[in-house]
Write a protein that binds this ligand. Structure first.
Ligand SMILES: Cc1cc2nc3c(=O)[nH]c(=O)nc-3n(C[C@H](O)[C@H](O)[C@H](O)COP(=O)(O)O)c2cc1C
Length: 173
């Protein structure tokens, strides 16, 4: 007979070690944008992943504490701009906590996505316009599944901006 004793819990994971371990996995860098009530919002996001081809789905994971979190859920439509190596500064601008968004959008060239109204960053390697298909709880983040509405691709010869162990790689600035 199985014992009724509580199962031992796995040892607590050290958050610093966790960051160090997952930081060994290199990612690309994107800016996720949305537009709500006539205002642009955007944030640097590396959790972008391609999910499915049929239907065409992608995901991003957004921290509850980020200002973009509630705005993107309310808007329901958003865009992903994949940054090239020379746009490290764009990534830094959109990652600053409490940044004045109007100033950031005034400083970063963009066009408006025809399908979402969200800003698409000039010079992006790719742009992906989405509508929220589902939102799943993911601890202190929400995982947004996006149905892809439209795509754009940039210069095929350009290198991507890469984030690895807390540093930008491939940056040629
Ligand atoms: C390279 C990089 C990747 C990031 N990726 C994510 C991400 O995938 N999800 C997320 O919620 N925050 C991510 N962040 C952090 C947010 O960009 C940052 O917390 C946010 O801009 C803070 O804005 P706030 O003032 O609205 O809180 C990333 C930051 C950097 C520098």
């Amino acid at each position: 007979m199985e014992s009724a004793a509580p199962r031992p819990r796995p040892p607590a994971v050290d958050p610093r070690l966790y960051r160090d371990a997952v930081g060994r996995f290199p990612t690309g860098v994107t800016v996720v944008t949305t537009r709500l009530d006539g205002r642009d919002h955007g944030m640097t996001v590396s959790s972008f992943t391609s999910v499915s081809l049929d239907p065409v789905l992608v995901l991003v994971s957004i921290e509850h504490a980020a200002r973009l979190h509630d705005v993107i859920l309310a808007a329901g439509r958003w865009a992903v701009s994949v940054l090239p190596a020379h746009q490290e500064e764009v990534s830094r601008l959109f990652a600053r906590r409490g940044r004045p968004e109007a100033e950031v959008f005034a400083a970063v060239a963009h066009i408006r996505g025809p399908l979402t109204g969200a800003a698409l960053i000039d010079g992006a390697l790719a742009t992906i316009e989405c509508r929220t298909a589902a939102a799943y709880p993911g601890g202190d983040h929400t995982i947004l599944l996006g149905e892809v509405l439209g795509l754009g691709v940039g210069d095929p010869g350009a290198s991507p901006l890469v984030y690895h162990r807390g540093e930008y790689r491939g940056s040629d600035r």
